[in-house]
Design a protein around this ligand. Structure first.
Ligand code: ZN
Length: 309
């Protein structure tokens, strides 16, 4: 098969229902195919004017606990895991319709989205995919936290977390990102929280839809979920997923190496903003990278590519 470097979208509607992690509100979500150069658009179908909210740095309105985008007409929150799925699967264009203000939590990871989208397949749109090639390091920081992207031939992430909790503690992730490792590990890592914080969050209208079905919850010494963790370093893998989703608000993939220390949504978004504000430090390219290659597992399934040989 010829390498497919074209923009992609879903091969047909992907529909799913669930509840929002923070709002607890039931929501129907549909991911619909979109034309080349559309980007990712969210549409609030429950509001009378059906406002369209583009997923980009200019629409970010809140980054505490989750990523919320919005316009005056409406907001959509907790978009990061779905955006992570789009990033990891190389989906450039889609229209996401929602019947409520929050993306469904599913199982707390991106994997349910990945599985549903993979079943439907992807469609090549013919137009070349652009990506942001980093030419000079760009860094943001806050206290001892920092996030940096530097030149690299593909897309690679080094992420380190350091939590004051015996089960999480210091974990590191350092890998070249492929759609294979995205599907097999990163996309399966669930969001996590501490029992101590859950009560506080609920008092503040957060985590109302959260449960052991859609989040890893820990007390001072143990994971409370039956079955425990999916893999020992699930926590740092989830942070990588969050970051992939947040960085995808750039509107296209990055060719570069990302180095993150104790980062989070706010810093992820600061980096996207700083990249946009540093036009001399990157260039747009349509040259192939490994990142652009179609995933073997998806290609073996029902993926429809327009250019095959
Ligand atoms: Zn998350």
């Amino acid at each position: 098969m010829q390498m497919d470097l074209a923009q992609r979208t879903v091969n047909g509607p992907v529909r799913v229902s669930g509840v929002g992690l923070h709002s607890g509100a039931p929501v129907d979500l549909a991911i619909l195919p979109a034309q080349a150069d559309t980007g990712i658009l969210f549409v609030r179908t429950d509001l009378p004017e059906r406002p369209v909210i583009p997923a980009c740095v200019d629409t970010i309105v809140d980054t505490s606990y989750a990523t919320t985008i919005g316009t005056r007409a409406g907001t959509v929150s907790t978009i990061e895991h779905l955006m992570g799925a789009f990033s990891g699967l190389g989906i450039d264009n889609a229209v996401v319709e929602l019947s409520a203000p929050e993306v469904p939590a599913m199982d707390g990871s991106a994997y349910p989205f990945v599985a549903l989208i993979s079943r439907r397949g992807l469609r090549s749109l013919g137009e070349p995919r652009r990506c942001v090639e980093i030419l000079d390091p760009i860094e943001v920081s806050s206290g001892d936290k920092f996030l940096r992207v530097e030149p690299y031939s593909g897309f690679s992430i080094h992420y380190e977390i350091d939590f004051d909790h015996p089960l999480v503690a210091r974990q590191q992730f350092e890998e070249f990102i492929t759609q294979e490792n995205f599907e097999s590990t990163i996309s399966r890592a669930r969001t996590f929280g501490f029992l101590k914080e859950v009560e506080w969050m609920r008092d503040h209208g957060l985590a109302l839809g959260g449960s052991l079905e859609n989040a890893i919850v820990m007390n001072d010494t143990a994971v409370l979920n039956e079955g425990g963790l999916r893999f020992p370093d699930e926590f740092v893998h989830h942070k990588v997923l969050d970051m992939m989703g947040d960085l995808y608000l750039l509107g296209m993939p990055i060719r570069g190496r990302v180095h993150a220390f104790k980062s989070g949504h706010a810093l992820h978004h600061l980096l996207v903003r700083k990249i946009i504000d540093s036009p001399g430090s990157w260039r747009l390219t349509t040259e192939p990278t490994v990142w652009n290659l179609p995933p073997r597992s998806l290609a073996q399934e029902a993926v429809t590519f327009a250019h095959t040989s």
